[in-house]
Design a protein around this ligand. Structure first.
Ligand SMILES: Cc1cc2nc3c(=O)[nH]c(=O)nc-3n(C[C@H](O)[C@H](O)[C@H](O)COP(=O)(O)OP(=O)(O)OC[C@H]3O[C@@H](n4cnc5c(N)ncnc54)[C@H](O)[C@@H]3O)c2cc1C
Length: 294
């Protein structure tokens, strides 16, 4: 039923798709379906179809902040990364589809002489994922540049302002089942040379401090109020600690790297070790920033 429906909708999909081929951490079992809408129309048709069939689904962008369990995910995984149109207007307004890559939006805006999105240099993922997570770095966040978001929710399109998304640190209030289709970003005119310098500095800093050459999923934990999570994990003596193929990065305590053969279960055990130690030894509750799905 589902297959024939997807065929009728003419949307690209793969059944029994190994999510380890998709997530940045390269772990996770199979999804029943990985489906790749390439336009907003395809996205809304797809969600309407799956919802009508009562078939469970989730939406992902580039899987750069997501751990999928080894048991896999008995759902249709809607992957937006092919919905990637970006329009940059002379006014500094940028309209981008949910699957547009944040780095691409940033590079193109800098080339056109707009400032304000440089902070995103080196943050992987789509703008849809960026809105959901309120992704940020270098003292700025997606909330600082977003003006409006077009959502698909309960079978209807809805436009919400930044204020209505109640952004907090690495958090938006997007309801379960609300899907970002498109966003409006507003940037100011800037100095291209200055912006390029900022981007270079941010990337240089990342290259020195983050294990970018190994599969990872960015920061594992949100930073507690009292101390950066990476510093805390370093102080707990856990840098380099390994379980199976997963390791707390030797370079950055808040990153877990896949040394080649890691399983999601090993990553989750490392997460537990860090949480337990932080609580027992320092009384600090570490809250995961990564999304764990399955
Ligand atoms: C090397 C590395 C460095 C990183 N550095 C940073 C950093 O500096 N700052 C930072 O904030 N993050 C960082 N991250 C984490 C990650 O890049 C961001 O959270 C990013 O915004 C996730 O985007 P994504 O498209 O990959 O989301 P995914 O991982 O695909 O999804 C993340 C969540 O967003 C939801 N989602 C995705 N698309 C949509 C949509 N269209 N509508 C509704 N919900 C959606 C998913 O359901 C999921 O819950 C880093 C990750 C890596 C691997």
């Amino acid at each position: 039923m589902i297959k024939s429906g997807l065929d009728k909708l003419r949307i690209e999909y793969v059944s029994d798709f190994p999510m380890s081929r998709f997530t940045w951490l390269r772990v996770g079992g199979n999804a029943n379906y990985a489906i790749y809408p390439s336009s907003i129309q395809q996205l809304t048709n797809l969600i309407s179809f799956l919802s009508k069939m009562g078939y469970p689904w989730i939406v992902l962008g580039e899987g750069s902040n997501t751990i999928i369990l080894d048991e896999g995910i008995e759902k249709a995984v809607i992957i937006t990364k092919k919905m990637k149109a970006i329009e940059i207007k002379d006014s500094g307004e940028i309209v981008a589809e949910a699957g547009a890559n944040m780095g691409t939006i940033m590079n193109r805006s800098v080339r056109k002489g707009f400032a304000g999105f440089e902070f995103a240099a080196g943050i992987p993922g789509t703008i849809g994922g960026g809105v959901f997570m309120n992704a940020g770095a270098n003292d700025s966040e997606v909330k600082d540049v977003i003006k409006k978001v077009w959502l698909f929710i309960d079978g209807k399109e809805e436009v919400v302002s930044r204020r209505e998304l109640n952004f907090e640190y690495r958090k938006s209030n997007l309801a379960e089942g609300a899907v970002v289709m498109k966003v409006l970003i507003k940037l100011d005119r800037g100095d291209r040379k200055l912006s390029e310098k900022k981007v270079k500095d941010y990337l240089d800093k990342r290259n020195k401090t983050q294990p970018i050459k190994m599969s990872n999923t960015g920061s594992i934990f949100k930073n507690p109020d009292s101390i950066a999570a990476g510093k805390l994990i370093e102080e707990l003596g856990l840098k380099g600690y390994e379980i199976g193929g997963a390791q707390i990065s030797e370079l950055h305590g808040n990153f877990i790297v896949n040394r080649g053969s890691a399983k999601a279960s090993e990553v989750l055990k490392l997460i537990d070790v860090a949480k337990e130690n932080a609580y027992k030894l320092r009384g600090i509750i570490l809250e995961p920033e990564v999304r764990i799905l399955g």
